[in-house]
Design a protein. Structure first.
Length: 116
């Protein structure tokens, strides 16, 4: 919170959150810094929950995405997309394509393992 190009003390953070006055510092904290920190915390929590679920469902304390084939499916779809559509795609498009097989294949595997 106090790191980055523009650094703020904890007292400025406190004022921006509870005694907002519209200065540039307060606006930057409320519109840039705070949302970034909250999104980072939410993503970290989501990854922790996903990892814990993978370990519980596979009954393997060393479970990783490769155990369920997530990595292989993502790479397969990326290679297919580059082959079919060409290499001029944006990184965001490739990430979206890589996440498509995960939504269906890994959920089917998890459901089938959970029911057995």
């Amino acid at each position: 919170m106090t790191l980055g190009i523009q650094r703020f003390s904890l007292s400025v953070w406190w004022e921006a959150l509870f005694h907002f006055n519209g200065t540039n510092d307060h606006l930057m904290i409320r519109t840039v810094k705070l949302p970034s920190a909250l999104i980072g915390a939410a993503v970290g929590a989501s990854l922790a929950v996903a990892g814990a679920l993978m370990q519980v469902l596979t009954k393997n304390p060393l479970a990783s995405p490769s155990v369920l084939g997530v990595n292989a499916g993502a790479v397969l779809f990326i290679v297919m997309a580059i082959t079919v559509l060409g290499s001029g795609m944006a990184l965001g498009t490739l990430i979206w394509i890589a996440s498509c097989p995960r939504r269906s294949a890994s959920t089917r595997k998890i459901r089938s393992q959970a029911s057995s």
